[in-house]
Design a protein around this ligand. Structure first.
Ligand code: HEM
Ligand SMILES: N[C@@H](CC(=O)c1ccccc1NC=O)C(=O)O
Length: 422
């Protein structure tokens, strides 16, 4: 699949699995030398439940990364160490502000090789979901697996969209419409997979047991991390990082759909991030599971730039692909130049409608998995008005205001404005 000189294979994109790294499937575990890491990662649920995780990690030897030669091995080590550091930070009520050298040294070295930030990003976490979990619960595996399934099912759609772009450049109106119809049907299928999250991932489990481990270290003063996290490399030099938490907003697939279809985002007015709320702030350290901002005017992230900033958390070649593809993506312009072709306009609007439906379904999930449990908690704690609680995404956005704007901007991209997904 080529677009001028743009070849998917040059960007580590598989025609079958898209942005998922297909080379991790079936690779053997790390060698015996790395057994201390493996043992901890396989035992996270027990170590966390018995409060022994931090002591075990503190006792780890500092292992060298020089035996991690292949990219799949480095990715596996990245996953393991990402899980271990997130578990270390959030293992107990008070978060750990310092990651010990036994994890910092190898983790930062692998992050440097892979050019990824030292935080658990979905792209890596979910590959090993069935091997490593924080809780041992099927609900947690299911949460990651839904994301992987969506990425995998969306993989072949990348080629369809690239093909539609190629055909637009060649002026093949009818063929573009056929590709866009395929793309629309494919995006509808992704929504169907997303809805399956309800089957095996309980919203209260997600909110109360899992979500704290997914938090980042940026703007986390309320949760006991005013200055981020220190990666102690044992050299006297300490590296302090403040990073957004992992989020599926880091998925390259949905940013790709937006680029391909010419959907642009100018998310700037997410007022929710600045709104005062009425939750009282009685605890000294809040639980990051609900990521609530108690009574403070805090701007967590610059939502305006969030979708572009978050590209720094994607694998380097995928990030490059999005930039390079944006320079040639022309479907929307092509449709606008051919408004007399009803089938073409309908097919384009069907893609927008499918994307809006996906985002609507996603917002409903966020309501059930984040907002509803937080309201229950607020009622139990006799907080004044549970409907005014203000919540953040693990990525640090103002959550619903942010997602609503992204959805609205998608809807506004419809050519006929009669996009069925309202
Ligand atoms: C319980 C499940 C989920 C919750 C609670 C959730 C929550 C969120 C939140 C809060 C955001 C805003 C960014 C942030 O601050 O983190 C976000 C963004 C996003 N999420 Fe999810 N998410 C869930 C599952 C998924 C799944 C399975 C996918 C599909 C791969 C997905 C795709 C996205 C995308 C693409 C964005 C960026 C905004 C957009 O393009 O519309 N999410 N999610
Ligand atoms: N943004 C979500 C969390 C999320 O999607 C996520 C976070 C860390 C690792 C993986 C994630 N998503 C799915 O694989 C939230 O705010 O709860």
């Amino acid at each position: 699949m080529a677009l001028g000189t743009l070849k998917l294979s040059d960007y580590d994109i598989s025609p079958q699995f898209g942005f998922l790294p297909c080379d991790v499937i079936g690779i053997p575990p790390l060698g015996l030398y790395y057994k201390p890491w493996q043992d901890i990662s396989e035992n996270l649920p027990n170590l966390l439940a018995s409060n022994r995780l931090r002591a075990e990690v503190d006792g780890l030897p500092i292992l060298s990364c020089k035996d991690l030669r292949s990219i799949p091995e480095q990715r596996r080590a990245y996953s393991i160490l990402a899980f271990i550091s997130q578990a270390y930070i959030w293992a107990e009520n008070l978060p750990a502000k310092r990651i010990p050298p036994s994890v910092s040294i190898p983790f930062l070295s692998i992050c440097k090789s892979l050019n990824l930030p030292p935080v658990a990003t979905p792209d890596r976490l979910d590959n090993l979901a069935t091997l490593t979990t924080f809780t041992g619960a099927i609900d947690e595996s299911w949460f990651y697996l839904i994301s992987v399934a969506i990425e995998a099912k969306g993989g072949p759609l990348i080629a369809s969209a690239v093909e539609a772009t190629n055909l637009s450049r060649a002026g093949r109106t009818d063929l573009v419409a056929i590709q866009l119809d395929k793309l629309a049907a494919g995006i509808v299928d992704l929504k169907t997979v997303l809805q399956r999250i309800y089957e095996n991932c309980d919203p209260h489990f997600f909110s109360n047991k899992l979500r704290r481990f997914l938090a980042g270290s940026k703007n986390m003063a309320k949760f006991g991390l005013p200055d981020g996290v220190i990666f102690d490399e044992g050299t006297g030099n300490v590296r302090t990082v403040k990073l957004s938490g992992g989020s599926n907003a880091q998925s390259s697939l949905f940013q790709f759909f937006d680029v391909a279809l010419g959907v642009t985002h100018r998310v700037g007015e997410c007022g929710g991030a600045h709104q005062k709320n009425k939750i009282s702030n009685r605890d000294t350290v809040a639980s990051p599971g609900n990521l609530e901002d108690g009574c403070r005017h805090v701007k967590t992230v610059n939502d305006q730039n969030y979708l572009s900033e978050i590209r720094q958390y994607m694998p380097e070649r995928h990030r490059q692909f999005l930039d390079d593809f944006a320079a040639v993506a022309n479907i929307r312009q092509f449709v606008e130049n051919n408004l007399q072709n009803e089938a073409l306009v309908l097919a384009y609007d069907a893609c927008i409608s499918a994307l809006v439906q996906f985002r609507n379904t996603h917002m409903a999930i966020v309501s059930q998995y984040v907002i509803a449990p937080a309201q229950v908690k607020a009622v139990h704690q006799h907080q004044s008005d549970p409907t005014t609680i203000h919540l953040y995404g693990t990525g640090g956005t103002a959550l619903i205001p942010f997602l609503r704007l992204v959805r609205n901007e998608t809807r506004e991209s419809a050519i006929n404005g009669n996009c069925t997904a309202r």
